[in-house]
Design a protein around this ligand. Structure first.
Ligand code: ZN
Length: 224
């Protein structure tokens, strides 16, 4: 097997594992760099510090078409999270609790490290399979480099469930998770008519599942 073919397969593998990030980067490549505004609301930051025991840095990015948020870092680095303006402006404080605690959950459970490690382990498994079964054609190697990311996406989904679970347990009022997801579903509706994409290619927990999680928590806390 040609080493250039292996390199091509590894590139395909990484592109597919990280397709959402690459898609957004490509989409915004030619646009001017959006402004990032740090949140300086002391009251809000103090509240999140008492809930998470973390000194969070919250940033708002000029993005007015999608409701998105993500955690940029993992320990030992400081927790830095980013939310789109669209989300930040339209969410109530209770709804904001859900997204901030979700991202804090990713940080506390070292998810960025675990994602990187999962990609690496699956890559090693892929190389091992190619080597031990002596796959000879570029086609068969490419098939493996397209199948392994599907496993990676399911692993990443487990981390998403863990973050949502942390958020719903830590939220003072889990009803914010229900209304927040209802709002988000209306705006980020591109995946709505595509159940296949939602199940196999998207890492996030489906809106309906999150609403169910919140309802279960509300029932267990006996909130009306
Ligand atoms: Zn997440």
């Amino acid at each position: 097997m040609d080493s250039s073919e292996i390199i091509l397969a590894i590139i395909v593998y990484f592109l597919f594992c990280n397709w959402i990030q690459i898609y957004y980067l490509a989409k915004n490549f030619l646009k001017p760099k959006p402004k990032v505004i740090p949140l300086l609301d002391d009251k809000l930051l103090t509240k999140y510090k008492s809930l998470t025991k973390l000194d969070l840095s919250i940033n708002i990015i000029e993005e007015n078409s999608l409701m998105v948020g993500f955690m940029l870092s993992s320990p030992p680095f400081k927790p830095i999270m980013v939310f789109s303006q669209k989300l930040f402006k339209n969410f109530t404080l209770k709804e904001l609790d859900w997204v901030v605690l979700h991202e804090a959950g990713h940080y506390l459970m070292l998810h960025n490290w675990k994602l990187a490690l999962s990609q690496f382990i699956l890559l090693i498994i892929g190389l091992f399979i190619v080597e031990s079964f002596r796959f000879q054609t570029l086609f068969s190697i490419l098939v493996i480099s397209l199948l392994l990311p599907l496993i990676y996406i399911q692993v990443a989904k487990i981390f998403e469930y863990q973050a949502d679970n942390y958020a719903v347990k830590t939220m003072p009022d889990p009803r914010g998770m229900i209304s927040g997801n209802t709002k988000m579903r209306k705006v980020n509706n591109w995946e709505r008519k595509r159940p296949f994409i939602k199940k196999f290619l998207v890492i996030a927990v489906p809106f309906e599942e999150r609403i169910k999680m919140a309802k279960r928590e509300i029932a267990s806390r006996k909130i009306d």
